[in-house]
Write a protein that binds this ligand. Structure first.
Ligand code: PLP
Length: 372
């Protein structure tokens, strides 16, 4: 087999390349916060919240410390607690379930769809009990779930819908931005996300202004005034430095998401689909391609070989949540989850970030074709 030697390694994501492309703007934003000593709260946080709500085409936004807290605080603000059940998927990052557990509720895992790898709406209704309070669809890899069907079931049974939009900043379902579909949507600004801070950060976006106000109070020691605490809250705030950085990056987000989309079409043009299964997009979905996830039978071997050739890949996620040791005895599983199990064994995330180019994708595809 002819060895294709790469001139430089291709990482899964390249945060440094992104920084270099906007360095003067970022450096100025950081300096501005330090000059003003506006470390907690202040104008940058307030403006970011306004700008991110506008980006999501939603009525209100509150910044919090991270995406996990965004989910947990939303659950608390909706009055969800011990004894309650929340229907979600096991094919997601652990944080989706941790947020449910952190308020004392129980995650109920249902299977995903074979094509899109997202929540299977047909399995929601059979999972509903008298304890069920909400559904958390996860817009995994940047693709929104089948929201019209999920919301219809929720309405019929009086359940809340909380979007886990941690991987889907800017995605649309049937023309509407995620964040305007359910009762609330929770975002993460973990550095590697489509909109990433230079540390931890998160936000809740909603059309329900009062819900957002309640979350804001919970996230800031349960107060509205400085030393008057109406409820027992927590400390989970987005800080000024992160907000200033996020404001700069938000102004580029549509361009970056468009670029991700173009790079995905390059992958699609070049790949031989007899050998590898490419992502399937629902006809109502406009994904933002947080990850480019292919499916392949012998993933372990391919991943090891690609690493040798300097191409970094990832697995999102190798162990589904119903099989995580931490969750034994702390979750409900609705039937077997055959699609979830099968998916976890075959998914492979290939490099995708907006500074990647067509030549590098060509090299990745050629290398994969030589190995399979
Ligand atoms: C990243 C992520 C979260 C949690 O976000 P943090 O900011 O890391 O707490 C939640 N759900 C999903 C699907 C994620 O990818």
């Amino acid at each position: 087999m002819a060895e294709l030697k790469l001139q430089r390694k291709i990482p899964l994501v390249d945060l440094h390349a992104q920084y270099l492309s906007i360095k003067p703007e970022i450096d100025a934003a950081i300096a501005r916060v330090i000059e003003n000593s506006a470390f907690i709260g202040g104008d940058e946080v307030r403006l970011f919240e306004e700008e991110f709500a506008a980006f999501c085409e939603a009525k209100a936004c509150v910044g919090v410390a991270n995406g996990t807290d965004a989910l947990a605080l939303t659950l608390r603000a909706l009055g969800i607690g011990p004894g309650d059940e929340i229907i979600t998927v096991a094919h997601t990052f652990i944080a989706t379930a941790e947020a449910i557990s952190s308020v004392g509720a129980t995650p109920v895992f249902i299977d995903i769809k074979e094509d899109t790898m997202l929540m299977n709406p047909e399995l929601v209704e059979p999972a509903i009990t008298t304890r069920t309070k909400a559904i958390i669809p996860v817009h995994l890899y940047g693709q929104p779930c089948e929201m019209d069907r999920i919301i219809a079931i929720a309405k019929k049974h009086g359940l809340k819908v909380i979007e886990d939009a941690a991987q889907a900043h800017g995605a649309r379902w049937n023309g509407k931005r995620v964040g305007t579909l359910g009762d609330a949507a929770c975002f993460s600004f973990y550095p590697g996300k489509n909109l990433g801070a230079y540390g931890d950060g998160g936000a809740v976006v909603s059309q329900d202004v009062e819900l957002v106000a309640r979350i804001r109070m919970l996230a800031n020691h349960g107060r509205k005034e400085k030393y008057l605490h109406e409820i027992i809250g927590v400390n989970s705030r987005l800080d000024g430095l992160q907000a200033a950085i996020l404001r700069v990056k938000l102004s580029h987000l549509n361009d970056w998401n468009d670029q991700r989309k173009r790079l995905v079409s390059v992958y699609r043009e070049l790949f031989d689909t007899e050998k590898i299964r490419l992502p399937i997009v629902d006809s109502f979905a406009e994904p933002v391609w947080h990850l480019f996830v292919v499916r392949i039978a012998d993933r372990v071997e391919l991943q090891a070989q690609l690493k040798k050739q300097g191409i970094e890949t990832g697995v999102h996620y190798p162990v589904p949540l119903h099989r995580q040791p931490a969750y034994v005895g702390h979750r409900k599983v609705c039937g077997l989850l055959p699609v979830t199990d099968q998916t976890a064994e075959s998914v492979l995330s290939l490099p995708l970030f907006s500074e990647l180019d067509k030549d590098l994708i060509g090299k990745i595809v050629t290398t994969v074709h030589q190995l399979i």
